[in-house]
Design a protein around this ligand. Structure first.
Ligand code: TYM
Length: 326
């Protein structure tokens, strides 16, 4: 059997260019190479406070954004996590072999429990076990993600190994793979990663050309000379984006200007903004079209859940048998 890919994205509102260059662009390439499963992880999204009345819309938007960005439902399996109940069933089975200490060490848990002090729930703590179940249900070996998810994929390996040692060889060792831009920082605060929860930090795939221009022109660059001549975080971030959205000659030209100490950030930002507008235009167009075809999108999800469920059921059956649960 060829290798399988699994990756997921939370339906937390508009997909941003951090998600796009950090993860989705890789998925779009890799879907031609491996059997692929891409999941909108709604069970992960309910571990922080949210409004149930717009959840369905956010899920739908996330699916549309991903297809518009290039995921091809004819090749890849695209589905909603909660449509495949085996995700939670395997989570429970894994809970019983996962030491609490492993979860307490997770950076994302520590950050989110700081951010949502009032609502640190068991789900937030158990979140990485659900993520391990996502990946291992499909026995995926390849997990293309941004840098912030690497620790969760490593935990998934630990869970897979522990299961194999305890109950017999069942799961492969999944491996996180990173693209060329695994960590895009916030435009307005380049010391923190670009994130939907930080207003002003991101450009989303649904932004209009003017919104894109505005966000890029406001991006923070040098805040004074950096000791050791290293690029400041804001400047390095803009160069990272330039490498993703502009042709190599453009990157080289600004790199030369930078090296000569003659760079003008407003020029760089103008060029970056226009190249970003051009690169995102086809996605925006595809998105508008898909929004007019909700039935087609729902059909993709029905087919996706059915395909995923066939495999998920088989894995859970095998796991229960190995665990003496028949
Ligand atoms: P999520 O929804 O936060 O992000 C989806 C993907 O986008 C990447 N990403 C970034 N990459 C570069 N720069 C950024 N600023 C940036 N922000 C986000 C993320 O690394 C991720 O690859 N827990 C996961 C979803 C998940 C999952 C899985 C992923 C659930 N189950 C199984 C892989 C396999 C999450 O919250 O991603």
């Amino acid at each position: 059997m060829g290798k399988r890919i699994f990756s997921g994205i939370q339906p937390t509102g508009a997909v941003h260019i951090g998600n796009y260059v950090g993860a989705i662009k890789q998925w779009v390439d890799l879907q031609h190479k491996y059997e692929s499963f891409f999941c909108i992880v709604d069970y992960h999204a309910i571990t922080i406070p949210y409004d149930p009345s717009d959840m369905q819309q956010r899920i739908f938007d996330a699916v549309v954004d991903n297809i518009a960005a290039g995921l091809d439902p004819e090749i890849a399996t695209i589905f909603i996590q909660s449509h495949v109940p085996e995700h939670t069933e395997l989570t429970w089975l894994f809970n019983s072999i996962t030491p609490m200490g492993w979860l307490g060490r997770m950076t994302q848990f520590k950050e989110k429990s700081e951010q949502f002090k009032e609502s640190v729930n068991v789900g937030l703590y158990d979140y990485p076990v659900l993520q391990a179940a996502d990946i291992l249900l499909y026995k995926a070996q390849v997990v293309p993600v941004g840098e912030d998810q690497v620790q969760h994929v490593e935990l998934t390996r630990d869970i897979a190994r522990k299961f194999n040692v305890t109950f017999g060889d069942t799961f492969p060792d999944p491996e996180a793979i990173l693209g060329a831009a695994p960590r895009i920082m916030g435009l307005n605060d380049p010391t923190r990663k670009m994130s939907k929860s930080i207003p002003g930090s991101y450009v989303s795939l649904s932004d209009s050309p003017d919104e894109i221009r505005q966000s890029v022109m406001r991006a923070v660059t040098d805040v004074g000379p950096t000791p050791g001549g290293e690029m400041s975080p804001g400047t390095a971030n803009l160069f990272m984006l330039l490498r993703e959205f502009s042709p190599p000659e453009t990157v080289q030209r600004f790199q030369d200007d930078y090296d000569r100490g003659a760079i003008r950030y407003s020029d760089l930002k103008k060029v970056l903004a226009e190249d970003m507008v051009a690169a995102l235009a086809p996605i925006r167009e595809a998105r508008e079209k898909l929004l007019q075809q909700p039935e087609t999108v729902r059909e993709v999800l029905r087919r996706g859940a059915e395909k995923a469920r066939g495999i998920a059921r088989e894995t859970v059956r095998e796991v229960k048998e190995r665990m003496g649960l028949g």
